[in-house]
Design a protein around this ligand. Structure first.
Ligand code: UDX
Ligand code: ADP
Length: 447
């Protein structure tokens, strides 16, 4: 069997590396129009950072795992084609700011229709709004090749930073397909691939629409938990309760559970906001204005939380940041990834630049050029936390990288302008200890 995955990004790359790793007899090709990205996948320094990924890629690359920009060739040869290209939020026209840009998916469908002559299984892997399969189908029909393809939905639930363990041991694999004979056969083919390492009872099969919608709903529920605890963090700060203690107490209820209750400066990442906006757009499309507004609040609270954090810092620094050096530790949207999409750090840095602050950023994985591109050329990107913090008036911890938990804060304090402030946007530090050193220490949801 031959698999081709279109799109060598955060989803396509790790997912295909895992399939190649588990199924040595299947030839897996990951193709992308972006030649630079493909060159990086073929080099010692991969384009994405993900714990455990490098080892798997190095083990299988050149054996049954290939990265190539010869997109058409590999599409033509494949039995199974995954579409794993980006579906960013539309920035223009109808649905701007909410609907998903399906141009890349449509582009893939056209390319597949142009080059394929024999029957194939085409799988949507990218998060797509409900009924995208219909779009793909109608492109195929337009090329008079509708009969050649079975279209399935197989959304990816991996989280960045833990992609390899998530892929190795998924809570579930979801495969949506038509209930026709050929549809069922196609679903079975994909079930058989995952079943090499995922127990059959963890592989769920549904119709295509349920599968597409489940992905949006899963992300909406997860984001909703973060916004819920973040909303409560504001109540804690106002009333003197401690949000971590509240989260711990409610999380012990087995009906609530302990995960995704970490209050923070706001969720980021390529999925949560985009998928909720998609859901909101969908609800509006179906005339469900109240439902749309309900989900929209999850995003509004996220924006509120970022602004609240920014205001708190400005207030603590005597309402002026002009000429003050602010050290930002962490720029990725979460630890163990170099991904910065929708990271709270972007918005916070921009607000502070507007207030006239001098920003110095340190992140263990994010490229300096990317940080500058997302903020300002004037931002100083440092090679260590100590370098960023030296001479600063305040330190902001914006990503929960493990190394930030064990920094020598006494030494950092010594190198700062007094009174020295520290703001923990991820609730990972012991504020009482930091106060003993001399810091004015603030954390989300701490009075
Ligand atoms: C998410 C989903 O978890 C995953 O299933 C889906 O496939 C893609 O979207 P991801 O965006 O990679 O994954 O990371 P996730 O761990 O969900 O974190 C998202 C954001 O929420 C991060 O900014 C994180 O810091 C924040 N978060 C998460 C919190 O602020 N508090 C929490 O308790 C959990
Ligand atoms: P994700 O996080 O969903 O994996 P990314 O943006 O990281 O998304 O990756 C998507 C990749 O898909 C990009 O590298 C982009 O170049 C690639 N891509 C988009 N359209 C096409 C296409 N028609 N053919 C091949 N590759 C494509």
């Amino acid at each position: 069997m031959k698999i081709c995955c279109i799109g060598a990004g955060y989803v396509g790359g790790p997912t295909m590396a895992m399939i190649a790793n588990k199924c040595h007899d299947i030839e897996v090709a990951v193709v992308d129009l972006n030649e630079e990205r493909i060159a990086a996948w073929n080099s010692p320094s991969l384009p994405i950072y993900e714990p455990g990924l490098q080892e798997i890629v190095e083990e299988r690359r050149g054996k049954n795992l290939f990265f190539s920009s010869e997109v058409k060739k590999y599409i033509k040869d494949a039995d199974v084609i995954f579409i794993s290209v980006g579906t960013p939020t539309k920035s223009y026209g109808i649905g701007a700011g909410q609907a998903a840009e399906l141009g890349y998916v449509e582009g893939c469908a056209r390319m597949i229709a142009e080059v394929c002559e024999g029957p194939k299984i085409v799988i949507e892997k990218s998060t797509v709004p409900v009924r995208t399969a219909e779009v793909i189908k109608s492109v195929f029909t337009g090329y008079d090749k509708g009969h050649l393809f079975e279209i399935l939905s197989n959304p990816e639930f991996l989280a960045e930073g833990t992609a390899i363990t998530d892929l190795d041991n998924p809570d579930r694999v979801l495969i949506g397909g038509d209930s026709t004979e050929t549809g069922k056969k196609a679903v079975q083919t994909v079930v058989d691939i995952y079943n090499r390492w995922v127990p059959r009872e963890n592989i769920i099969t549904t119709n295509v629409w349920s599968s597409e919608l489940s992905k949006l709903v899963a992300n909406a529920f997860l984001a909703q938990r973060v916004s819920s605890i973040n909303a409560i963090s504001a109540v804690c700060e106002a009333s003197g309760a401690d949000v971590d203690e509240v989260a711990n107490a409610i999380g012990k209820d087995s009906r609530i559970g302990p995960k995704f209750l970490k209050s923070s400066v706001g969720f980021g990442g390529s999925c949560f906001q985009k998928d909720i906006l998609n859901l909101v757009y969908l609800c509006e499309h179906f005339g469900l204005a109240d439902v749309a507004e309900y989900w929209h609040q999850v995003i509004k609270i996220n924006e509120y939380q970022r602004k609240r954090f920014t205001r708190k810092i400005i207030h603590s620094l005597y309402n002026t940041l002009k000429g003050k050096r602010i050290a930002v530790l962490g720029f990725a949207f979460k630890k163990d990834t170099n991904d910065t999409r929708e990271s709270a750090a972007i918005y916070i840095c921009r607000d502070f630049i507007e207030e006239g602050a001098d920003i110095a950023v340190y992140d263990p994985q994010v490229d300096a050029e990317e940080i500058k591109g997302l903020t300002s050329e004037k931002v100083e990107v440092c090679g260590s936390a100590a370098e960023a913090v030296a001479g600063a008036h305040a330190v902001l911890v914006l990503t929960e990288w493990d190394e930030f938990k064990t920094l020598d804060y006494t030494a950092l304090y010594e190198s700062m302008v007094k009174p020295a402030h520290i703001f923990d946007g991820r609730n990972i530090l012991d504020l009482a200890e930091l106060e003993k050193i001399g810091f004015n220490a603030f954390g989300i949801g701490k009075a």
